[in-house]
Ligand binder design. Structure first.
Ligand SMILES: Nc1ncnc2c1ncn2[C@@H]1O[C@H](COP(=O)(O)OP(=O)(O)OP(=O)(O)O)[C@@H](O)[C@H]1O
Ligand SMILES: [Mg+2]
Length: 368
């Protein structure tokens, strides 16, 4: 897919902006705090209606303004369309596709972003890795987000029962009302995660090797409190979930919280057999995240028949030559890519790829 242009009103530090994009490579140069990341964020927002930086749409409204408006034209293999969205400080959101009101952003808009904040994926808490999996599976499987939402709802209810427990026997009765639903949705979440990890493991290993000039290996392992096998069918997962949930019930009553399920799981990353969480250097963390994101780009292509747009925020400045060369090779495959940086020389040392260059200064964008 391609995003042809974008128009912003009162989005972050942009009062009014209208830009036409190149269908392959767009480079945004500018000093710190000029609006480079904000522009990538606005593009990303069209893919699902969520910012990569905040869950509060209100933060996207230019300070002291009553609303933001965004609009963009897209080309996909299913056709072309225009998408407009508006959000007011009162919390009203409106989405229009080809001038018709819609509840959601079109599913066909896909974006993968790499930003400096993503580096916490490797060394940060498990919740960051679960969020990464959940967001990306959500882009790949249309039903996943609904299943996850239902799971979280049941989990909250079940935790409430545990937390408010006074009488043990009564609590056990109340819990049994929720258990089957927890198992029902939880196993589906687990199944989808295991499926994607299988693909992600193979691809990220390959990409990581290429990024490091075949010098290093990366490996993924999904860690769950349940003893499961990667290839198990949904029914097997359900049975094991049920069995093991019974086994931890006593402890759950003691700790007053649900101890088993995908909300407690983690994705372990290894580099040359060592856990990246403990040992990865900054460059290795960056490479890991890049390998994961580029793999997601491929998985989306495999599933949807089209590449998502790729947003690379401040990636190039810290990469060595072999990693840069590989990234450029990726871009040349026909992925519409948006890159930001503070200095041109830092972005493409010794590599030439035709691109549209922009200069961003205090919320205005100029073609160079
Ligand atoms: N809602 C908002 N309204 C107005 N300005 C905002 C809003 N949100 C963020 N800003 C400002 O926008 C400016 C540009 O932010 P942005 O993150 O895009 O910078 P950048 O060009 O990516 O800089 P860097 O190179 O440091 O990453 C910042 O000074 C920030 O304070
Ligand atoms: Mg930035």
């Amino acid at each position: 897919m391609r995003i042809k242009n974008i128009r912003l009103i009162n989005f972050r530090n942009y009062e009014k902006l209208s830009v036409d994009f190149d269908s392959n490579l767009n480079i945004f140069l500018g000093d710190n705090a000029q609006g480079k990341t904000n522009l990538l964020e606005s593009i990303f927002y069209f893919a699902g209606g969520r910012s990569n930086r905040t869950s509060q749409d209100r933060e996207l409204i230019r300070w002291n303004q009553p609303f933001f408006n965004i609009s963009a034209d897209f080309d996909t293999h299913k056709g072309s369309f225009n998408v407009k969205a508006a959000y007011t400080v009162e919390g009203k959101k409106k989405i229009m596709v080809n001038s018709l009101n819609q509840k959601r952003f079109p599913e066909d808009i896909k974006a993968v972003i790499f930003s400096p904040e993503d580096l916490t994926l490797v060394k940060g808490p498990p919740s960051g890795r679960r969020d990464f999996l959940d967001r990306e599976i959500g882009q790949i499987s249309a039903v996943y987000s609904n299943i996850l939402r239902d799971y979280s709802k049941i989990l909250r209810q079940r935790n409430k029962v545990l937390k408010l427990s006074i009488d043990r026997k009564k609590t056990e009765e109340d819990l049994s009302l929720w258990d089957e639903q927890l198992i029902h949705y939880g196993s589906q979440v687990l199944k989808k995660r295991l499926d994607i990890i299988q693909q992600l493991s193979i691809l990220s290993r390959l990409v990581y090797r290429r990024l490091t000039n075949q010098k290093e290996n990366m490996r993924l392992q999904y860690v769950t409190g349940m003893k499961v096998d990667q290839n198990w069918e949904l029914e097997d997962l359900k049975n094991v979930f049920r069995e093991q949930l019974n086994m931890v019930k006593k402890e759950e009553l003691r700790q007053r919280v649900t101890l088993l399920g995908p909300h407690r799981d983690d994705l372990k990353i290894f580099i040359d057999h060592q856990p990246a969480k403990n040992f990865a250097s900054q460059g290795q963390q960056r490479t890991c995240v890049l390998a994961l994101k580029l793999s997601i780009v491929e998985i989306i292509k495999g599933k949807w028949g089209e590449y998502p747009v790729l947003l690379l925020d401040d990636v190039f400045s810290e990469l060595d030559q072999s990693r840069r060369t590989y990234l450029v090779h990726e871009i040349k495959k026909g992925i519409q890519t948006f890159i930001t940086g503070t200095r041109e020389a830092e972005i493409f040392k010794n590599v030439t790829v035709p691109a549209k260059n922009f200069l961003i200064q205090q919320g205005s964008v100029k073609v160079l």
